[in-house]
Design a protein around this ligand. Structure first.
Ligand SMILES: Nc1ncnc2c1ncn2[C@@H]1O[C@H](COP(=O)(O)OP(=O)(O)OP(=O)(O)O)[C@@H](O)[C@H]1O
Ligand SMILES: [Mg+2]
Length: 285
C-alpha cells in the first residue's frame, strides 16, 4: 500500500430492504476495509443474511446503494457480482452432493469457460450495465481457449483444495464427506471464483468446538494466502470474538453497535439485545 490509509473494498450506503410491509434492514451503512475480517452478528431474524443477499444481487435494495470499490453494483444480477469479485457461502450447505469434491469447484468456475476472467471484465467495465452485458455476450460467442482453460482450472481447483487440506478428498462425492468438511468445501467452492471479497454465512454452524477453532485458523490463512477480505455472519461468539477485527451488531434490521470485539462484548446495548452478560469478561483468542 502506498500510504498508511486502509482502502475500503466495499461501502454500503444507507441501504434499506423491505419485503412488503416488513423492513428487514433499515438504513444500513458499512465500510469494509481491504484485507480485514469483519463480523456481522445479531439475533435470529435481525437481517444479517438479507444484507448478504443484497450484496450478492439476490435482492435489489429498496433504498441506498452497494459499492464495490467505487462502483455501484446493486443494479447487477448475481452472476455479474461473482465476476466483479464477490463470493459467498450459504447458511445451509448447498453443495452438488453427488458430484465429486473437485467437480464442485469446477462447476463454480464454469462461467469462466464460456466467458472470461473476472479481472478482465472488471478492467473493461466502465460502469454501465449495457457495456458489461455486451462484453459478456461477445465473450460467450467466441469460446476461445476452452480446453487450455479447463486444464488450468483443474490445476487451480487442486491448488485450492491443497491449501484447505482437502486434496485427499478430491474424487469423493461431496455428500459423503463429514459435515465439517462439507462446510469447508463450500468455502473452497467460493474461492474457486477468485473473489476479492468472501462472504461467509454462519461458517461454523453445527461444528464441534475443535472444528470451529480449526476453521478460525483456516479463515485467517485464507485471508492471508488468497488475499481476500472476509465479511462473516456467525452465532458462535468464541469464533467471532477470536477471529474478527471488527464486528457490526444488528438488531431488528438496524445497526446497534460497531467496533472491536472487546468493545462489542462490553457494550450495554449489545448485551441487552443479544449477548447477555456471559461474554463481558471472557478472554478470547
Ligand atoms: N425473501 C423474503 N421475503 C420476505 N421476508 C423475508 C425474506 N427474506 C428475509 N425475510 C425476513 O427478513 C427478516 C430478516 O431475515 P434474515 O434471514 O436476514 O435474518 P438473519 O439475521 O439472517 O437471521 P438468522 O440468524 O436466523 O439467520 C426476517 O424477518 C425474515 O423473515
Ligand atoms: Mg441468516
Amino acid at each position: 500500500m502506498e500510504n498508511n490509509q486502509q482502502k475500503d473494498i466495499m461501502t454500503i450506503d444507507h441501504m434499506t430492504m423491505r419485503f412488503g410491509g416488513l423492513v428487514a434492514v433499515e438504513d444500513f451503512k458499512a465500510s469494509i476495509e481491504q484485507g480485514e475480517i469483519l463480523g456481522l452478528i445479531g439475533p435470529n431474524g435481525a437481517g444479517k443474511t438479507t444484507i448478504f443477499n443484497v450484496i450478492t444481487g439476490v435482492y435489489k435494495p429498496t433504498h441506498g446503494h452497494v459499492y464495490l470499490e467505487d462502483k455501484i453494483i446493486d443494479e447487477y444480477e448475481p452472476h455479474f457480482i461473482t465476476h466483479f469479485g464477490i463470493a459467498r457461502t450459504f447458511q445451509n450447505i448447498r453443495l452438488f452432493k453427488t458430484m465429486t469434491v473437485i467437480e464442485n469447484l469446477q462447476a463454480a468456475m464454469h462461467y469462466e469457460l464460456a466467458n472470461t476472467k473476472p479481472d478482465k471484465v472488471m478492467n473493461k467495465w466502465k460502469g454501465t450495465k449495457k457495456e458489461a452485458t455486451d462484453l459478456w455476450f461477445w465473450k460467450s460467442i467466441f469460446k476461445l481457449g476452452y480446453f487450455k482453460k479447463e486444464r488450468e482450472q483443474r490445476e487451480r481447483a487442486e491448488f485450492i483444495l491443497e491449501k484447505l487440506g482437502m486434496l485427499k478428498h478430491k474424487d469423493e462425492p461431496a455428500g459423503s464427506l463429514p459435515y465439517g468438511e462439507q462446510r469447508k468445501l463450500e468455502i473452497a467452492r467460493a474461492l474457486a471464483t477468485t473473489p476479492k471479497l468472501l462472504l461467509l454465512d454462519e461458517p461454523a454452524a453445527g461444528m464441534n468446538p475443535s472444528e470451529s477453532v480449526a476453521l478460525m485458523n483456516l479463515v485467517r490463512k485464507i485471508r492471508d494466502e488468497f488475499d481476500v477480505t472476509v465479511f462473516l455472519i456467525e452465532h458462535d461468539m468464541k469464533f467471532v470474538m477470536g477471529l474478527c477485527e471488527r464486528i457490526i451488531v444488528l438488531d431488528y434490521g438496524r445497526e446497534i453497535a460497531m467496533g472491536k470485539p472487546e468493545e462489542i462484548r462490553s457494550n450495554p446495548k449489545v448485551i441487552e439485545a443479544y449477548l447477555g452478560e456471559e461474554w463481558k469478561d471472557v478472554v478470547v483468542n
